[in-house]
Design a protein around this ligand. Sequence first.
Ligand code: NAD
Length: 497
Amino acid sequence: MTATRVPGVPEIEDGVLISTNPATGEEAGRVPAADADAVAATVARARQAAAWWQGLGFTGRKARLLRWRTLLTQRIEELARITGQETGKPEADAIVEAVGAIEHIDWAAHHAKAVLGPRRTRTRLLTAEHVGHIEYLPYGVVGVIGPWNYPILTPIGPISSALAAGNVVVFKPSEYTPIVGQWLADTFAEVVGEQPVLQVVHGMGDVGGALCRSGVGKVSFTGSTATAKKVMAACAENLVPVVIEAGGKDALIVDADADIPAAAEAAVWGSMTNAGQTCIGIERAYVVAPVYDQFVAAVVEKAGKLRTGHEIGPITMPRQIDIIRDHIDDALAKGGRAVLGGAGAVQPPYVAPTVLVDVPADSAEIRDETFGPTLTITKVADTDEAVRQANDTPYGLGGAVFGKADAVRIARRLRAGMVAVNSSLTFVGMGNLPFGGVGDSGFGRIHGEDGLREFARAKSITVRRGPSMLPAMTFERTPAQVARIVKAVKLLYGRKR
Ligand code: NAD
């Protein structure tokens, strides 16, 4: 390590990207950094591979994706170790992450044909002589830009859907986790060696920008809201469609009939797993007054047992530490109280679990993404107030509700793409559930049927089977035929119900 290298901060030296562990500074690995020309060459190679991959059909691609799934499963401990070395993440967290990724590959491989395969539509009466056909065609080359916080799971969601749909992929991992990204592409090449179907390009943000401008058919972006806007601007130059998975400020609501120990357990895990560096991490809890004291005590008791360097890993991106410190300081300065952790919790590269109460609604801890192991707990009069406060943010990614009688009704009222009832974060691990947000959290969906359709475009074909009874689309129609059309449409749609 050179004297100037800061642990965890990626650097490019002589065209090589060097990745280090944020806790120890130990080198995690090095990979060649790309420039715009290298990105263009990679995309050109991908374009060549696209026809071969598409030609395998759903069945051929399924077989290969399942082989990749099996390989990742067999080597899950190795993958977790590499992820831990590069991000500092506890290996148990990396295992949970990898399990989610394996689930998404499996689901996409098994369901792509049923969701995207060609099918006939039902006859419409006004055009009864035509049959409709729908098929979903791949975009060709899809660019996937990923973040560092879940370097296995977040890219594999869109990658597995894009590949199952018949696209090839050029993946730009975060500069903080290039080694994990390279490992994913290398293992894929072990099972699909014929053509470069999944390639990686490494580098800083400019490489992501070059990928957006490289002529890819679609871009899947996962990262911060601020970068999402730059990605959209770059994609807008060539009208390249994008799916955006951005940040969040997720809330957990606890109703009076909730199982409080279970709610506290889910709140602690949802807010502290991966040291709180989770897009769908629980950052705020809104708890109705009758169970507030019991919930706060249970959270403090459970979170107090978590140790930095063990269950709580380091903050992977060193500059995030200043943001976490600012949020805690601002909350305390505005009248908030730390019932666990607090002012002294930030000890780089770690942040100790911090639970804050009485934090005013205009504090950064309530309004902005903190991305650390912190949780605010706010007492509310009832669940209406909880929903109103939970929804009072430009973000709208996930959320959680604990309760019995009204929990699902409350979940429906949350302005969020996904909500877990009586657990937290569960939706991200279910291959058949769409994942994505609203507002500043982005748009479009990965995972599940919607995720597959995100990486394919619908193509409609009509086939005429016989003469037209109601010939509307021709200049050769007669006045009598037009009168028949009017009669038919009135019969079908003109009657009051
Ligand atoms: P980031 O926005 O800093 O970087 C994400 C990726 O974009 C990186 O690969 C980066 O190199 C690239 N990039 C940077 N500038 C670019 C540019 N101008 N053009 C193209 N690409 C560019 O995000 P991050 O710090 O890596 O990740 C943390 C953020 O990601 C948090 O906000 C978190 O909430 C969010 N996130 C969202 C989800 C989700 O599914 N919604 C999942 C994980 C993380």
